[in-house]
Design a protein around this ligand. Sequence first.
Ligand code: PLP
Length: 411
Amino acid sequence: MSDTATVSEAPSGDLFSKFDDIIETRETLLASGVEDPYNLVMEKVLSPTRAICNGRDTILLGTYNYMGMTFDPDVIDAGRQALCDFGTGTTGSRVLNGTYQGHKECEDALREFYAMDHAMVFSTGYQANLGIISTIAGKGDYVVLDIDSHASIYDGCAMGNAEIVPFRHNNVEAMEKRLKRIPEEAGKLVILEGVYSMLGDVAPLKEMVAIAKKHGAMVLVDEAHSMGFIGENGRGVSEDQGVIEDVDFIIGTFSKSVGTVGGFCVSNHPKFDILRLVCRPYVFTASLPPSVVATAATSIRKLMHGDNKRAHLWENSRILHKGLRDLGFEIGTDEAQSAIIAVIMPDLQQGAAMWEALLKEGLYVNLARPPATPAGMTLLRCSLCAEHSAQEVQEILAMFERAGKATGILS
Ligand SMILES: Cc1ncc(COP(=O)(O)O)c(C=O)c1O
């Protein structure tokens, strides 16, 4: 089959026929003449908040660079030094030749950041969820999770073969109802996220963690979108809501506030370290390059003193949320709950048109659509950065107003 073969030309028995619906939706969208929202190239990245896209200086409002650490001079120096001192890569698993001094220092930084006994670094956040969940929740165990959980959480459950029990998004009563139905003696893991990445809403962890504990379940919280920003020390929503001591495992990523790539789990469980020998996505893959763990460790240590950045990011988030609402856009949350502000679009076609109009204005946001989004929504997902200036936030609002009027989404 050639690259240009259409859905109707596919031979029968083609294993790709399962993708026909998504191919058709994509072809219809592109046939309408809009630019491909999933194929944007950043020709040059100027700072945490600006890049050259299609030859134009563009404000970035669709990255996960919440704390703006990607161009921090100390972080860059640490990476450069490690690259020179330790080379480009480890070429091995953490349990063989792939643990360097930098991996240990990175785990030390995490233990200090979270004030927890144990930390384990993975090659991505995806692998951290895949590895921890599949290793601790196996056949015969139950995983009770929010239905809007990230793909890596579902994939971890599938890999471990545990019984998956989903409950309605952020619904405390639904969660308890599910827990009550599980046999008392069964192994139970409740999985929650601090911030849900599509709508940017926060979980009621205080109530949920208490209920999970009442029913004898262990609790894992994915704080991917809250680390560095939410909570007095940036430890996340579980810190902010005062339940971090009751959480058994926190999962996080270096690909958002930390500003590089990698994932981790921190815990106070006394047997935690045995996971280093039995967790397949930790054992059977190469460890992170020395430059990456050096940048992560330096960034994490700087985030411990990120109070000013946290305060500025909250200010940005509140101003953008209110400004967009005042313009007449529908927003995923009633108030700013995180650094993610989700603007709800009427449908995919209009969402793509608005996305393109914003890009032409010089603003990049994420176009998010099902199956990644809840309730079939099309979203323009805006994620703010602590390095956006107050002036940039005002420019962003002006761009939304012009693009909204040009596309007819605003009257
Ligand atoms: C909630 C959540 N968990 C885990 C991940 C995976 O992180 P990583 O990019 O490090 O693989 C993501 C990534 O978007 C996420 O949103």
